[in-house]
Design a protein around this ligand. Structure first.
Ligand code: NAD
Length: 468
């Protein structure tokens, strides 16, 4: 049996701890975290304790870790977007294979220089395009490549970002301002662009994109709304973005669970919403229910180090970025954008991203010469339907729910890690290696250029300019 892959983690934040660290705990035969680099002392020591990392292998930063010589087989790089470029180049150069969070880097030039380093170093560089590893998108890929739909004519793909995810990440949070992180089409949709490239196995020739920031703007501030939701906002009862409802009451999470396709979860969600006192009583004898009645997961666990402590959450709202009125933030990323593309064989695609969905998830439609594929991959429903153009009955395929709690991104996080281990052991080539992932990034950068310049991008010219 192969030994576990030894990992040095850069960034023990949300992704580093909750996605990759959690996989290590569940699969000690596959990965072992032997070192951690994280400037936040609470996160660093918590991660080190859980993974039994000795003090000598705990570092304040990725820079410090790399100065200490090679101590692991690979790096998992889960630092923030703007840090990927320097840390990825340094770690590859130091001889580490790497699983790198998306995006590769926030700008085209930085992305290309990471690519060049990967090529020259010959190291394994895999990008966290988690959606390719979900059962849902694997099934879509299989149907498209099987010929069941006939000739593929058009794909319409929607990335429906929920209103509360939009507010959390792209208005109040880390990805709100493209001067500090990546443009929205890269930050949120590089996964979706990657899927289109993977489904079709060909590159786009023409690309057009439009979009803007329509809603989260100062002129939409409710009358009398203060800087912070916690300062007595007159719109508290009607505003869907009222921070205490999102982070203290966890209202959007309870609503999402109450709409699950799993009857038991639906029951618990409704109980927590409509009869919270009874739900709390039941939770005393059925502790599992506390996962919802005393919810402390995402997004609550990203705003404080003590998500189980209500006082700490209030404090974060009163003083930190997540208590700010959504109409009074320093955000500039779009809240809706469309990208239309024509691919080499003439197939057309539209990608629609918007941050105003009642629930989180993707929906898609693929029209072929023999059948149409419809799909829903959201927190309430995960299914595909093939509608044949002939007399065949509709084929309905149900897939594992996103709310089963086994792994983030509908199973994508654990699928990604399992594949990374196989790639490290030389058992399988990476499905999301850097060469393939470059395509999604090129599309995203071209889309941003098209949006900003109001021009159609001829992709060959764009590639020639980028020399790739
Ligand atoms: N694959 C996906 O679907 C997916 C989903 C969400 C986020 N992401 C990406 O994952 C990355 C991490 O996101 P997150 O939500 O975990 O962010 P996060 O802020 O929770 O975690 C980043 C961590 O890096 C640490 N850090 C800062 N400077 C450092 C340094 N010099 N050395 C080492 N660590 C340092 C921070 O203290 C923080 O704990 C981002 O690039 C994000 O875009 C990917």
């Amino acid at each position: 049996m192969s030994a576990p892959v030894r990992i040095l983690l850069f960034g023990a934040g949300n992704r580093g701890s909750d996605a990759y660290g959690a996989y290590g705990l569940a699969h000690p035969d596959q990965v072992r975290f032997v070192a951690v680099a994280e400037p936040n002392a609470t996160r660093r020591s918590r991660f080190a304790e859980i993974h039994q990392i000795p003090p000598a292998n705990q570092f304040n930063s990725w820079q410090e870790a790399l100065q200490s010589g090679k101590m692991a087989d690979a790096v998992i790089n889960a630092t923030q977007d703007e840090m990927h470029h320097a840390s990825a180049i340094a770690a590859l150069t130091a001889g580490y294979d790497m699983l790198l969070e998306k995006p590769i880097a926030p700008t085209l030039n930085e992305t290309l220089s990471v690519m060049r380093t990967a090529r020259v170093s010959g190291r394994l560089l895999m990008i966290c395009h988690v959606l390719r590893y979900t059962q849902f998108f694997q099934k879509v890929h299989q149907i498209l490549t099987s010929g069941q739909l006939g000739q593929i004519i058009h794909i319409s793909h929607n990335e429906n970002v929920s209103y509360y995810h939009m507010a959390h990440s792209f208005v109040r949070g880390n990805w709100r301002n493209s001067d500090q992180s990546a443009p929205m089409i890269l930050a949120k949709c590089c996964h979706d662009l990657d899927l289109l490239y993977w489904f079709l196995n060909e590159k786009p020739t023409l690309l057009n994109s439009n979009g803007n920031l329509s809603h989260f703007r100062a002129e939409n501030t409710p009358d009398g709304a203060p800087e912070r939701c916690t300062d007595g906002c007159p719109a508290a009862n009607s505003c869907p973005y009222f921070a205490p409802n999102i982070y203290i009451e966890s209202l959007p999470i309870k609503i999402a669970v109450s709409r699950s396709d799993q009857p038991l979860l639906r029951f618990v969600g409704n109980l927590a919403l409509k009869k919270p006192r009874l739900a709390n009583q039941i939770a005393k004898v059925v502790p599992k229910i506390r996962t919802l009645t005393a919810y402390s997961g995402w997004p609550r666990n990203t705003i404080t180090e003590q998500p189980k402590n209500e006082q700490a959450v209030w404090e974060a709202l009163k003083t930190g970025p997540y208590g700010r009125c959504v109409y009074r933030c320093d955000n500039n990323v779009v809240d809706h954008q469309i990208v239309t593309m024509t691919f080499e064989s003439g197939i057309t695609t539209t990608l629609t991203m918007h941050g105003h969905s009642h629930e989180e998830g993707r929906t898609l439609r693929v029209d072929g010469s023999r059948a149409t594929l419809l799909g829903k991959f959201t927190y309430s429903q995960v299914w595909l339907e093939v509608h044949d153009h002939g007399v065949k009955p509709v084929e309905r395929i149900t897939l594992p729910s996103m709310t089963d709690g086994t792994s983030g991104h509908g199973g994508g996080d654990s699928g990604l890690m399992a594949q990374f281990v196989k790639a490290m052991r030389g058992e399988q080539p990476p499905l999301t290696g850097w060469r393939d992932s470059l395509e999604s990034h090129l599309m995203a950068f071209a889309a941003e250029e098209s949006r900003l310049t109001n021009q159609t991008i001829i992709m060959q010219d764009f590639r020639d300019k980028a020399e790739c």
